[in-house]
Ligand binder design. Structure first.
Ligand SMILES: [Zn+2]
Length: 130
């Protein structure tokens, strides 16, 4: 189970809505299993079905996270036109089994799901708000 700070969940949903129909993407930092802050990232692919981070921006966020005494716990992205389910490409790119993968779907209302990926298999992680 992970714990979302309310503002973090709200911000990733707002981010997804604001850049619609492009995929929103970013990092979530925190301590242990607590999602305390999110960093909105630019989707340099600028596409509704794919995202890539900018390497320099990535570096800046990692530096900032460290200076705040936090760790990167998760990577989030939105699915403007599909369910909050990891696509085969999402799974292929999810090479870090210690990281949580968060999906925000705008397909039918709003749906947020948290996953872990190990050996090409996803498992759903429960979350609560704080
Ligand atoms: Zn995806």
């Amino acid at each position: 189970m992970v714990i979302f700070k309310k503002e973090v969940l709200e911000d990733i949903i707002n981010h997804a809505k604001e850049v619609f129909p492009i995929e929103a993407c970013g990092y979530i930092a925190g301590i242990d299993n607590k999602f305390l802050v999110n960093f909105r990232m630019k989707n340099i692919d600028n596409k509704p079905d794919h995202f890539s981070f900018d390497v320099n921006e990535q570096f800046q966020v990692l530096k900032k996270t460290r200076s705040m005494g936090l760790k990167i716990l998760g990577v989030y992205h939105s699915h403007p036109y599909s369910e909050a389910v990891m696509s085969s490409e999402d799974i292929r790119l999810a090479y870090d089994e210690s990281v949580y993968y968060i999906l925000v779907s705008l397909l039918d209302g709003i749906d947020v799901k948290v996953y872990k990926v190990k050996d090409g298999k996803t498992s759903l992680v429960e979350f609560i708000l704080e």
